[in-house]
Design a protein around this ligand. Structure first.
Ligand SMILES: Cc1cc2nc3c(=O)[nH]c(=O)nc-3n(C[C@H](O)[C@H](O)[C@H](O)COP(=O)(O)OP(=O)(O)OC[C@H]3O[C@@H](n4cnc5c(N)ncnc54)[C@H](O)[C@@H]3O)c2cc1C
Length: 290
């Protein structure tokens, strides 16, 4: 059997993947980190990090984590991983037609964009459907917008939009305390309408349907784990998150998972980083033992 090109390949360069890759590379293991968009994951779209000890713009934190990985000797690669196969060594393949081999894999692919689950939703993607207040909010200055999903980071995104767009309405099936300057509607979006980009939505609320003029919907509901390319042999929970043990190991011993893609984590930067540090220690111990 030929020698694999890397000791460890980390799939996904968000905060969890970058931290894991950095810590593993610091121990002298040859490490590749593959990313399909840009290093930093969700952070690159966040104006300012909340729930953090000091105010940090997301892109600055992304740059810091990426620099640390480079200094530690992590090889950064571009690639949309769409298949893994083999096992000790593993082969990973990308949509761009490249393949790489490694003794051990780390899945750090985070969550997919939110989905309303409506038939014509994809038609409005980028034409009224958005997932990023910092990137797209300014396009809707003075125009009415809606945020779908008050749980998770939806309410924080609504607060950010309230200083940028026109009227902001937060829609969720459960009542929450809406941020200042944001209206709240308890209900569910059941329709999207518009001939030239989004113009209105239909909302079901208290058993009634009503049309609401809206230029954009920022969607933060139903964010599924980005784990579609992984084989069924990796155990998932009911929502599709990858199940891991206390050391981050999945049901396949040489595949680990960190950050938002795994089961039982809190979707916060600090948790993603702590997860990466803890899992890297376990990986180093496992590989240096053999
Ligand atoms: C709108 C919003 C606001 C937030 N605000 C805050 C905040 O203020 N403070 C805070 O602490 N947390 C915040 N969070 C949560 C925090 O950003 C996440 O918990 C954290 O980014 C998770 O890190 P991760 O590395 O697991 O995943 P991600 O950051 O999602 O990174 C995953 C990476 O994997 C890549 N990837 C996915 N699939 C593949 C593939 N097949 N091949 C190659 N690459 C792939 C993705 O492109 C992405 O770069 C926010 C989240 C959202 C959605």
């Amino acid at each position: 059997m030929s020698t694999p090109s890397y000791d460890v390949i980390v799939i996904g360069a968000g905060p969890a993947g970058l931290t894991t890759a950095t810590e593993v590379a610091r121990s002298g293991l040859k490490t590749l980190c593959l990313e399909r968009l840009a290093p930093g994951g969700v952070l690159i779209n966040l104006t300012e990090l909340h729930d953090f000890e000091e105010p940090w713009p997301g892109p600055d934190m992304a740059a810091r984590l990426t620099d640390e990985a480079a200094v530690a000797g992590v090889e950064m690669g571009f690639g949309d991983v769409n298949r893994i196969s083999g096992g000790e060594p593993w082969t990973i393949e990308t949509a761009e037609g490249e393949s790489h081999t490694a003794r051990l894999l780390v899945v750090a692919t985070g969550l997919n964009k939110g989905k309303l689950g409506l038939a014509n939703e994809d038609e409005f993607e980028g034409r009224g459907i958005s997932h990023c207040a910092a990137c797209d909010g300014p396009l809707y200055a003075g125009l009415p917008v809606v945020v779908a999903g008050a749980q998770g980071w939806g309410a924080v995104e609504a607060r950010e939009l309230s200083g940028v767009a026109g009227d902001v309405t937060l829609i969720d099936t459960t009542a929450v305390e809406a941020p200042p300057g944001v209206s709240q509607l308890v209900g569910r979006i059941v329709g999207l309408e518009g001939a030239n980009g989004l113009e209105a939505i239909t909302v079901e609320s208290e058993g009634q349907r009503k049309s609401i003029p809206t230029s954009a919907v920022f969607v933060y509901v139903n964010q599924s784990p980005a784990a579609e390319f992984l084989p069924d042999s990796l155990a998932r929970d009911g929502a599709g998150h990858i199940v891991v043990d206390a050391e981050g190991r999945t049901s396949v011993p040489t595949v680990y998972a960190v950050g938002d893609v795994r089961a039982g984590t809190r979707p916060y930067l600090t948790d993603a980083v702590a997860d990466g540090e803890r899992t890297a220690k376990a990986i180093v111990a496992a590989l240096k033992k053999n």
